[in-house]
Design a protein around this ligand. Structure first.
Ligand SMILES: NC(=O)c1ccc[n+]([C@@H]2O[C@H](COP(=O)([O-])OP(=O)(O)OC[C@H]3O[C@@H](n4cnc5c(N)ncnc54)[C@H](OP(=O)(O)O)[C@@H]3O)[C@@H](O)[C@H]2O)c1
Length: 251
């Protein structure tokens, strides 16, 4: 989708940027399952509006979606949303969950269980929950990483915390400072490995990811979500073809 906002705003997004399809042939059937028409703007709520959540949310605003950014301190998000124009707003986590057709979960992984306890029922009603969060030992602690591994890795562990939610993991290992410059890369788009079990949610995620200028590459179900963390072969910036090659070695 073309940017809907004037050039002055684009400059803001570049600053804010400090925020591939399914294996060939599989796009058609999945795309047909998406509940929204291609290009139709959606309402997106973010849980977490820090470095990655702020940068990703900015790209979705730039693509024409309404985005409500949230954290436990929504008053601290005023400058972020003021810089992004009328499609951006700030709220509590409860308000963002209620607002979104789609929710981005972009928090330290240690917060996922707590968010599940408070919001699992609301999140289960959403068309899609994009899980950008990663368990990182130095931030979240060794015990949490061990527990997540015992639960099958990030992906299956997120599903356990958010029962019934239609989860797709994406953007987990592309740094926030690269997002804005990688978006709409020419001549070849940057690939985004994605993993999920719900076909309609996968199709919607693919549409949203293409809309902000990346190429989604579905690497498998949520059990593959453990490979979508920094430091794994799929991490970092790859072309879609490279991601498909790497993913084939992981199965
Ligand atoms: N940084 C990157 O380049 C990058 C790239 C890919 C993936 N990720 C992943 O994305 C996640 C966020 O990383 P980040 O770098 O954006 O972190 P960050 O800058 O520290 O932001 C974290 C956000 O989560 C919110 N938050 C924390 N605990 C919360 C809770 N219990 N309920 C609701 N909101 C909560 C924080 O807001 P309040 O404290 O105000 O509530 C803040 O908005 C991590 O899992 C990380 O591994 C990061």
């Amino acid at each position: 989708m073309m940017p809907l906002l004037p050039p002055t705003r684009r400059a803001v997004f570049r600053l804010a940027g400090g925020a591939a399809g399914v294996l060939a042939g599989a796009f058609g059937p999945l795309a047909a399952l998406a509940q929204n028409q291609p290009g139709e703007p959606l309402k997106i709520g973010t849980i977490g509006a820090g470095r990655e959540g702020g940068a990703l949310g900015a790209l979705f605003v730039k693509a024409g979606h309404k985005v409500m950014f949230s954290s436990r301190h929504p008053d601290q998000l005023k400058d972020l949303v003021a810089g992004l124009g009328p499609l951006a707003s700030a709220g509590t986590v409860t308000e963002a969950v209620a607002f979104g057709d789609v929710v981005l979960l972009v928090v330290p992984y240690g917060a996922v269980a707590e968010i599940g306890q408070a919001h699992a029922a609301g999140l289960a009603k959403k068309q899609l929950v994009i899980d950008v969060s990663n368990p990182i030992a130095r931030r979240d602690g060794e015990d949490l990483v061990k527990r997540v591994n015992e639960e099958g890795g990030a992906g299956l562990a997120t599903q356990k915390a958010l029962p019934g939610a239609k989860i797709v993991r994406a953007f987990n290992a592309i740094g926030y400072s690269q997002l804005a410059t990688l978006a709409h890369r020419q001549p070849e788009p940057a690939g985004v490995p994605i993993a999920g079990d719900d076909k309609a949610a996968l199709a919607l995620a693919e549409r949203l990811i293409r809309g902000i200028g990346f190429e989604p590459v579905a690497v498998g179900g949520l059990a593959m979500g453990k490979y979508l963390v920094p430091g794994t072969p799929l991490g970092g910036v790859h072309t879609p073809a490279e991601l498909r090659q790497i993913a084939a070695t992981l199965k």
